[in-house]
Design a protein. Structure first.
Length: 278
């Protein structure tokens, strides 16, 4: 019941922000911006984003294996791709993480509540790393940059994250390696973002764009596949970035498209139902 309510809310939020964003754009100018995009760059961005998901799936596998839930790379990555596809293309469904939990319970007979808890831990560590990067960039751009102070701040935040994981999830010793997995994954996603910026002819304001991107990634959990909210946040930041509303919104839209493209392989495994998941 809770999953259905959350899914309905996600759809409502998605529809609202898509409508609100489009109603505040000149669609002819938006199409003009998108029409100048070289599709090759979008494919490259999607491919790079896909590689970040390989690392993210390995972070989850590391967490599972460390908790005695042994799963192979092939099994885990297949389930990860299925979850990605559900998040993007199955509105009103139970959601990618919930479906992964169900499949893991069905295939391996793992305790469902424990699996859900570990999937939540995986998500929170990824979110925590994003918050650390966000705070670091904020200090660099808006405060008097002091390298030593920046490093001390990030170390302090990381230590807080470590002990929060220990306190909430009990005896978890996987924080630091998972932290590095997350850092690598997000760094690769930034590279994907830079390819999109290059395709749009954007050559400055990179730090500010990354801050907007991180904020859109954090809040994207509230919409379906991040659709609508990501584009709205970029649209709202147009004046800060000194971009036209159409150009700014295009950044979020193209990243959403590249992420959606990278999730398409999940459909193959939903249809084929490989033996190693039966």
């Amino acid at each position: 019941m809770k999953n259905k309510i959350f899914s309905i809310l996600q759809i409502v939020i998605t529809v609202f922000f898509v409508y609100f964003t489009l109603s505040n754009l000149d669609l002819s100018k938006l199409f003009e911006v998108l029409n100048n995009i070289n599709i090759l760059y979008l494919i490259i961005a999607a491919s790079i984003y896909f590689s970040s998901q390989i690392i993210s799936s390995e972070r989850l596998r590391y967490i599972l294996n460390d908790n005695k839930f042994i799963i192979s790379f092939k099994q885990n990555f297949t389930l990860y791709l299925i979850g990605l596809f559900y998040n993007f293309f199955i509105p009103g469904g139970i959601g990618g993480d919930a479906y992964k939990s169900y499949l893991m319970n069905k295939k391996f007979n793992w305790k469902l509540s424990k699996v859900v808890k570990l999937l939540l831990l995986d998500r929170l560590i990824g979110l925590g790393v994003l918050c650390c990067i966000l705070i670091g960039l904020y200090e660099i751009i808006f405060l008097n940059f002091n390298f030593i102070y920046l490093i001390l701040t990030l170390c302090f935040l990381s230590i807080i994250g470590y002990y929060m994981v220990k306190l909430i999830f009990k005896n978890q010793n996987i924080f630091w390696k998972s932290f590095l997995y997350s850092l690598a994954s997000h760094t690769i996603q930034f590279i994907s973002l830079f390819i999109i910026l290059y395709s749009l002819g954007i050559e400055d304001s990179y730090f500010e764009i990354i801050i907007v991107f991180i904020l859109s990634s954090i809040f994207s959990v509230f919409s379906f596949g991040g659709i609508g909210i990501r584009e709205y946040i970029f649209l709202s930041s147009a004046s800060i970035l000194n971009f036209s509303p159409e150009l700014s919104a295009s950044i979020g839209l193209l990243f959403t498209i590249s992420a959606a493209i990278s999730s398409l392989p999940g459909l193959k495994f939903i249809i084929s139902k490989p033996d190693y998941l039966k």
